[in-house]
Design a protein around this ligand. Structure first.
Ligand SMILES: *Cc1c(COP(=O)(O)O)cnc(C)c1O
Length: 389
């Protein structure tokens, strides 16, 4: 374990737990967050991160759970390009626009970051069989990192998951369980398997380290912008792990003195056919109601209920952020626009961020002088079936 790790703390009731055990939620059923001794990290890193380290997420190892001598289960995740989207910015009348291209990760999505961290921690803590509910990309990432770790992976996916996701899992040696239902139904089956078969559940935010992996999105973004943050971040939100992770990164970097206290406005974009965060945000509620009959072809956004919903809503409100729903047609049209103008073959979830940006420019929420970052969370290559004309 990283000597700077103090403990795990419940995000809701603040109860403290030992990190030296395989653990899921707090007994109060809320997610656990890793807490670090940040003044000790600060003393050991007077010049922020060392420039000569490789550009993967493990570059920030003082702020990640495994210790220095611990073997990381890694395929080179992180270090993705922050593309200066000049042509797209000009077409929108914006001064600066970037696309953080997470499609460049191993397994073609940013799920690689979280599952690299989770599998790296689960193996030495004694897990042998890992299980995950997945709407698409988490399954492939678990399959990959479990294979590298020599562990068994059980992936529960909706039967109508994009074919690339299922084929990827099977090819990488995972046991695939197709479920007539949504990711929440898959989650229930994983929980049963945990009880009956002793699997370890690595569902997002039910396991404390996937969020630490996704936290590196925020660390990397700050470093790529010379330790400043943009005015607006637009993030396609399913379980919200990336949003919660980035916000945690901003807090930790502030305490380390790496950035000032200015924060971007955090914007969640969801699919019109599954928008529990948008609805709860608009109604001023602290938690989301489960979305019934969730339907969208953007698999990563087909999440009718997120366990960290209260954390997402808190961040949107604290940051003066927004929540926007867009249709599948808008996502796919804007994904094509990102491809034509910037040469990036983005996933529909990535296209959703541009669709949201256009709405926010029209409403006056985003001003021409704002610096905006869009998160393309995965590669369009995993969704060929949607792009075929
Ligand atoms: C999982 C996923 C999302 C949603 O990410 P969260 O951090 O769970 O909100 C968005 N896009 C893609 C491509 C995904 O795989």
């Amino acid at each position: 374990m990283n000597p700077f790790v103090l403990h795990l703390e419940c995000s809701a009731c603040a109860k403290i737990h030992s990190p030296r055990q395989l653990i899921n939620l707090c007994p109060c059923e809320n997610p656990l967050l890793v807490r670090y001794d940040l003044s000790a990290v600060k003393a050991s890193l007077p010049h922020k991160v060392q420039g000569n380290r490789p550009h993967t997420m493990w570059r920030y190892r003082e702020l990640l759970p495994p210790g220095n001598s611990q073997t990381t289960i890694s395929l080179g995740e992180g270090g993705t390009p922050l593309v200066d989207a000049g042509r797209l910015a000009a077409s929108l009348g914006l001064s600066r626009l970037w696309i953080k291209d997470e499609g460049a990760n191993p397994t073609g999505s940013f799920k690689a970051r979280g599952l690299s961290a989770a599998v790296t921690m689960a193996k030495p803590l004694g897990a042998e069989r890992l299980a995950v509910p997945s709407a698409g990309n988490a399954g492939g990432a678990l399959a990959a990192y479990a294979a590298q770790a020599g562990l068994q992976a059980h992936v529960f996916m909706p039967r109508d998951v994009p074919p690339a996701n299922r084929i990827e899992c099977e090819t990488l040696g995972a046991q695939v369980h197709l479920v007539d239902g949504l990711i929440t139904d898959c989650g229930r089956l994983v929980a049963q398997g945990v009880k009956v078969n002793g699997w370890f559940d690595v569902a997002t935010l039910k396991e404390p380290y996937r969020i630490e992996g996704k936290k590196t999105l925020g660390l990397e973004l700050a470093e790529q912008l010379q330790w400043r943050l943009p005015d607006v971040i637009i993030y396609p939100t399913g379980g919200g792990t990336g949003l919660v992770g980035m916000w945690k990164a901003f807090d930790e970097m502030r305490q380390l003195g790496w950035i000032d206290s200015r924060r971007p406005k955090m914007v969640s974009v969801q699919a019109a056919g599954c928008a529990p965060v948008v609805r709860a945000f608009e109604q001023g509620k602290p938690r989301c109601e489960p979305w019934s009959a969730a339907a969208t072809r953007a698999a990563g956004l087909r999440v009718p209920r997120a366990i960290g919903d209260f954390l997402i809503l808190e961040i949107l409100r604290q940051s003066g952020g927004a929540a926007v729903a867009v249709t599948d047609e808008e996502m796919l049209a804007e994904a094509r626009a990102m491809g034509r103008l910037e040469g990036l073959f983005v996933c529909p979830e990535g296209g959703a961020t541009l669709a949201a940006l256009k709405k926010l420019i029209r409403s006056g929420y985003v001003r021409p002088s704002d610096e905006v970052v869009l998160f393309n969370t995965g590669s369009g290559l995993k969704y060929l079936h949607l792009f075929e004309a």
